[in-house]
Design a protein around this ligand. Structure first.
Ligand SMILES: Nc1ncnc2c1ncn2[C@@H]1O[C@H](COP(=O)(O)OP(=O)(O)OP(=O)(O)O)[C@@H](O)[C@H]1O
Ligand SMILES: Nc1nc2c(c(=O)[nH]1)N=C(CO)CN2
Length: 162
């Protein structure tokens, strides 16, 4: 089993319900154990080509028996299960699941880059991840998540009040 970190995001549909149910769905998959969940954050869209609704974002820690490629397939199947259609990169979506960290692995294949290449610049990832894994060392920068968080502007990331 390998410790993994994922990022969750949604800005279409009932985001809170979609995110919560997607975590339960992942926990039901043989070989995956949900270890920790961050709180949820309402976040301003970052880097999107046109204006979009705010996102609901969070992170989770999993223990997984799957290989990185198998885990990516599981995440993509779960996105589709929760209504994601492939309208293209950076478009609004019911569910986005990114594989952030897979132990201390560094991997670069055409379909999968680990650590997730944009995680260290994204406050909407680092704020929730620092809640549940502040001491995890991001293997490319060799910096702890809590340290990386100090380099980003967190002003667009607000705790989500239910
Ligand atoms: N670590 C990773 N986690 C998830 N997808 C990845 C990863 N590395 C590469 N990919 C690839 O990225 C492709 C596009 O993913 P996706 O549509 O979720 O991008 P996006 O959410 O629009 O943008 P971003 O990747 O910046 O979050 C996927 O088909 C997948 O093959
Ligand atoms: N706030 C926020 N901005 C984004 C997000 C996201 O999840 N939250 N996802 C993106 C593409 O994956 C692009 N921009």
């Amino acid at each position: 089993m390998v410790d993994c970190a994922i990022a969750l995001g949604s800005n279409q549909g009932n985001s809170l319900e979609i995110l919560t149910k997607s975590l339960s769905a992942l926990n039901q998959i043989p070989g995956i154990i949900l270890k920790a969940t961050s709180s949820w954050y309402q976040t301003e869209p970052l880097g999107t080509p046109q204006s979009q609704p705010d996102y609901l974002n969070g992170c989770a820690l999993l223990s997984a028996r799957q290989t990185p490629e198998e885990l990516l397939n599981v995440l993509q199947a779960t996105e589709i299960q929760f209504g994601r259609t492939n309208k293209g990169a950076l478009q609004p979506r019911t569910l986005d699941l990114d594989l952030l960290l897979y132990g201390d692995l560094i991997l670069n294949t055409p379909n999968l880059t680990i650590p997730h290449p944009r995680m260290i610049e994204r406050a909407f990832v680092l704020v929730p991840l620092a809640e549940i894994a502040p001491d995890w060392i991001e293997p490319k920068s060799k910096a702890k998540i809590a340290r990386l968080l100090r380099n980003v502007d967190t002003s667009g990331v607000k705790p989500y009040i239910v």
